[in-house]
Design a protein around this ligand. Structure first.
Ligand code: HEC
Ligand code: HEC
Length: 197
């Protein structure tokens, strides 16, 4: 069967089954992923500080984030809750695999060097266990923190702390401990993540 990518993408978007053709997955994943580029940047590396990069994140983390957005009482965001509802589990899986293979571009961000240094120490003590390699690893399935946009990280930590997004029990404990040890811990940690490019 000789079909170009555009035609294949149309077929897949139209709901026709073209499974069994190894090209189909690639074409449809790319077509699906292109609809995210306006906000998340080309191939998932965002250029705007309030929108997270989604390149390189593990397929597991990506799948869970999208399913959480779809779930009532799950992770709520006015934009992403609406967008996630438009995709089937199968389509989400295709996009998850697609973005996991893209390298995340880390842009130089403004940060406070002293805060970043203190943040590294806090990270090693309270966060490294799950956010490995200074928050750079995608393999730990806890998202990518190193080089992520700091404006997004500030919003996210506020969402967690104020209960709009649920932390895992173990993370909650560590976040509490870090904040108890240092009232400015979150700002220091975020400066550390923002210092990595
Ligand atoms: C109109 C802008 C916009 C578009 C289009 C958009 N997103 Fe998002 N996305 C956002 C924002 C804003 C957030 C942060 C939401 C939050 O705080 O939970 C986000 C968050 C995410 C996250 C979670 C990231 C993390 O680090 O936990 C994933 C995954 C995601 N988007 C996937 C997608 C996919 C896949 C598409 C295309 C089908 C898409 N987005 C299209 C704005 C957008
Ligand atoms: C016991 C493991 C564990 C520890 C310790 C932990 N985390 Fe997490 N973290 C996770 C998991 C799992 C996720 C993804 C699940 C979710 O969506 O909440 C996550 C997600 C995050 C996110 C969201 C990433 C994104 O792209 O939206 C941030 C930010 C974060 N953690 C910060 C921290 C900080 C800061 C610390 C240390 C004070 C910490 N975590 C400690 C397991 C942990």
């Amino acid at each position: 069967m000789k079909l170009n990518k555009k035609v294949l993408a149309l077929l897949v978007l139209g709901g026709l089954s073209v499974s069994g053709n190894s090209m189909a997955g690639t074409a449809s994943a790319e077509a699906l992923a292109n609809t995210c580029a306006g906000c998340h940047g080309i191939d998932g590396s965002s250029t705007g500080p309030a929108i997270p990069s989604i390149a390189e994140m593990s397929a597991e983390y990506f799948n869970e984030a999208m399913l959480d957005y779809q779930t009532k009482d799950g992770r709520y965001n006015t934009i992403m809750t609406r967008i996630a509802k438009g995709y089937s589990e199968e389509e989400i899986k295709l996009m998850a695999d697609y973005f996991a293979k893209k390298k995340m571009a880390r842009y130089v961000q403004k940060f406070d060097a002293e805060q970043a240094k203190a943040g590294k120490e806090l990270h090693d003590k309270y966060c490294e266990k799950c956010h490995e390699d200074g928050g750079r690893s995608a393999e730990d399935d806890a998202g990518i923190l190193a080089g992520q946009w700091t404006t997004y990280l500030h919003y996210t930590m506020d969402d967690y702390i104020e209960g709009r997004r649920e932390m895992t029990k173990k993370m909650k404990k560590k976040v509490k401990k870090a904040m108890k040890a240092d009232a400015d811990a979150m700002s220091k940690l975020i400066n550390y993540y923002g210092s990595q490019n």
